[in-house]
Design a protein around this ligand. Structure first.
Ligand code: GLN
Length: 475
């Protein structure tokens, strides 16, 4: 039952080969089969999904179903759905039930998508391996000894393992794209503000975007089409008119200008197989007649430090609300109010989250604010301006999604710096606010997926996805 697109599902539904109920049951069976090993779902909405499937079968037979009828979606455990628990894979939200439904989920439900469950992720979306989860790591379907990537690890791996057709993740510095690359699926981070963040648990609000993980470009485009657009509940959602993403734009006749960052594409900075795959990809584009050029981006070494300074600052502020009083976990028998706060947060948060709250509080503190936080804001502006300048001359920027394929569970968790540095290619798009897509580019000789990444101009997701589609077809 390994469907790769909604189109094939709709075809089989129309032919009477399957029903939405049998489809959902198939996914539920698959989850039951793989979840004990892979640890992808924290909770499965079995009864609710089956009941909705029945109703959607009825609507399909009356010809009244929405455009997402047959789309079975998993959601990362940072996206709210009223009446369901939500934890951000953290102990501190133990037992907490969503009071609201995220705008993205509302929009999907209105078009008859089915939400099948909530998925494992790094705690508060902080991480690149899904090892920072209170529920333990999610594991790579292609090799369970390895990580899925993160932070939307459960979401990407569920799609790769055939537990749902698509997932929604969140991407602050690569959390949709990097696990998409590790797992061999598509992952899109839209332009900042393209999709409402209402109902998303905030990590770093000026970076966060929700994005789809899918097995086809068409499904990513369709989900984006349904989710995109202004939302009165999120004032950072953009008023820019939504483009045409679906049907995917046909651009195979066009010749594009593609830049790649010269300093990033070096054999010593990349795993040899990633390096080879990225060069082969660029060569293929050259052979198709696209203009492929190296560009110098001297700010490259500043991307990761700038990202981590600003996101930890925003996180320390966003996570203040988890104080043991208003939400979730509360320490036992506190001596006094201070003890209640200190112990609830000490016991409730995991190590990585605590580290980032401390780092964020430090860079915001008097005396360091100007040296770190304000400097990083200025650097972000320069990164943004220089990226805009590149995208005036070029249509897209290409890079591998990550410097290496999926690593072993435990391999990097003792070396946070190397884990942070591996975010170098993905954080760029969030710092600059531009859209970016990770796509399956190649496999290693050992069978591990290698992702490629294409970023484009703000609010031009339509052409970006069209190009990714045409390049994927010609691979
Ligand atoms: N790996 C990055 C981090 O840990 C990105 C996380 C994300 O995009 N949510 O911050």
């Amino acid at each position: 039952m390994h469907y790769s697109s909604l189109e094939t599902i709709r075809h089989d539904l129309a032919q009477g080969k399957i029903t939405v109920v049998s489809l959902v049951q198939g996914y539920l069976d698959r989850i039951a089969e793989v979840n004990p090993t892979l640890n992808l779902f924290i909770e499965v909405f079995e009864a609710e999904a089956l009941a909705r499937a029945k109703a959607i079968d009825a609507r399909l037979s009356e010809g009244k179903a929405g455009v997402l009828a047959g789309m079975v979606v998993g959601i990362k455990d940072v996206i709210c759905m009223e009446g369901h628990l939500i934890s951000a894979s953290s102990r501190i939200l133990q037992g907490f039930e969503s009071q609201i439904t995220a705008t993205v989920v509302e929009r999907l439900l209105a078009e008859d998508a089915i939400i099948i469950g909530r998925q494992n992720c790094d705690e508060f979306a902080m991480g690149s391996s899904n090892e920072n989860s209170f529920y333990g790591p999610a594991r790579l379907p292609a090799d369970p000894e390895r990580v899925t990537g993160g932070s939307s690890g459960g979401s990407a791996a569920s799609v790769a393992a055939g537990c749902c057709l698509a997932s929604l993740g969140s991407d602050t510095g690569g959390s949709v794209r990097q696990p998409a690359g590790f797992c061999g699926v598509y992952g899109v981070k839209p332009t900042y503000g393209r999709i409402s963040r209402w109902g998303l648990i905030a990590y770093a609000s000026s970076f966060d975007q929700i994005g789809p993980l899918t097995r086809s470009v068409a499904d990513a485009a369709l989900l984006l089409q349904v989710m995109a657009g202004p939302d009165g509940k999120d004032h950072t959602s953009s008023q820019q008119p939504v483009g045409t993403y679906f049907p995917v734009q046909e651009v195979s006749g066009e010749k594009f200008r593609i830049a790649y960052l010269e300093e990033a594409m070096t054999p010593h900075g990349l795993d040899p197989e990633v390096y080879a795959a990225a060069n082969a990809w660029l060569e293929a584009r050259r052979n198709e007649g696209h203009e492929v050029k190296p560009i110098s981006f001297p700010l490259l070494p500043y991307l990761v430090p700038c990202y981590y300074l600003l996101t930890t600052a925003e996180a320390s502020s966003n996570l203040q609300r988890f104080d043991g009083i208003r939400y979730g976990y509360r320490a036992n028998q506190p001596k006094d109010l201070r003890d209640l706060y200190v112990r609830s947060r000490t016991e409730g948060f995991g190590e990585e989250v605590k580290k980032r709250i401390l780092l964020g509080a430090f860079v915001l503190s008097a005396g360091f604010y100007e040296a770190y936080y304000q400097q990083a804001q200025k650097v972000r502006r320069i990164i943004r301006d220089q990226t805009t300048a590149v995208l005036e001359e070029f249509d897209f920027i290409f890079s591998p999604t990550s410097p290496s394929p999926a690593f072993k569970v435990g391999e990097k968790s003792k070396d946070p710096i190397s884990m942070y540095l591996a975010d170098i290619f993905t954080v760029h798009a969030n710092l600059a606010g531009i859209p970016a897509c990770s796509f399956p580019m190649a496999f290693t000789t050992g069978g591990l997926p290698i992702g490629g990444q294409l970023s484009g101009k703000p609010f031009e997701e339509g052409i970006l996805l069209g190009a990714v589609q045409s390049f994927s077809n010609s691979q």
